[in-house]
Design a protein around this ligand. Structure first.
Ligand SMILES: *[C@@H]1O[C@H](CO)[C@@H](O)[C@H](O)[C@H]1NC(C)=O
Ligand SMILES: *[C@@H]1O[C@H](CO)[C@@H](O)[C@H](O)[C@H]1NC(C)=O
Length: 215
């Protein structure tokens, strides 16, 4: 009998670990108090009595971002850094603008799945699965179309139309994070040695140095 109880306890804890996710909130909300220097996983809550409607508010997503840059795209993030009330709520969004032929270059969100809705123009989008398949799932999206980029996978959006395009991305984290592959691999501070990158990308060092110079 005792062995059964122990076995059951081990099994139960294994199951609860397998289904583990962010702990659920223990209060109605936890508006980030960004003035505190205490470091926790997220932000410390400010006194709930001091919370105001503006802690849950952001304005300006009607305005397009400035796409006059080498990628021809612009991301306007609205996460816990813009809305303190998103702290502990596991969600955020961003507006993404594209000039004609603009690209949101291959990147990944280490902490979030993304669901993208095209509100203007059309986009060619895709994500690539992990090793060993590395399979591309891609699609041309038009106004009103929705596409999902699973958590952590490398993805991109490209405006191959002749007009502007705009989309709203919703992300399953208050702070999804962004790793842009080119910036991280070729533009890190300090740089990754070109010996390593030449070997990794099977290219000569001159090519690697040239790519590094672009970042
Ligand atoms: C957009 O960005 C470019 C390049 O940084 C800058 O020259 C231009 O003034 C910006 N335009 C607006 C409307 O802010
Ligand atoms: C956009 O690119 C995709 C993939 O290359 C292609 O299937 C689609 O026809 C293109 N659309 C336009 C408008 O060029």
């Amino acid at each position: 009998m005792a062995t059964h109880v122990i076995l059951f306890a081990i099994l139960a804890s294994a199951i609860s670990q397998a289904f583990a996710s962010d702990p659920s909130a223990l209060q109605d909300f936890c508006v980030a108090d960004k003035s505190l220097q205490v470091l926790v996983n997220g932000f410390v809550c400010k006194d709930a009595k001091l919370a105001t409607p503006d802690d849950f508010f952001f304005s300006g997503l009607d305005k397009s971002g400035n796409t006059s840059n080498k990628f021809g795209s612009s991301v306007t993030p609205v996460n816990v850094n813009q809305i303190s009330g998103l702290n502990t709520n596991g969600i955020s969004l961003a507006r993404i603008d594209f000039a004609p032929y603009g690209v949101n270059p291959p990147h990944t969100h280490p902490r979030a799945t993304e669901i993208l809705t095209v509100l203007e123009g059309s986009l060619y989008v895709g994500f690539v699965t992990s090793n060993p398949e590395n399979r591309l799932y891609s699609k041309v999206l038009n106004k009103g179309d929705v596409f999902v980029f699973p958590k952590g996978l490398i993805h991109f959006q490209f405006n191959n139309g002749t007009g502007n395009a705009m989309a709203i991305a919703t992300l399953s984290s208050q702070n999804p994070g962004v790793i842009t592959i080119g910036n991280a691999v070729f533009g890190s501070k300090l740089p990754i040695s070109d010996d390593i990158l030449a070997k990794a990308f099977q290219a000569d060092k001159k090519t690697i140095d040239w790519i590094q110079a672009q970042f």
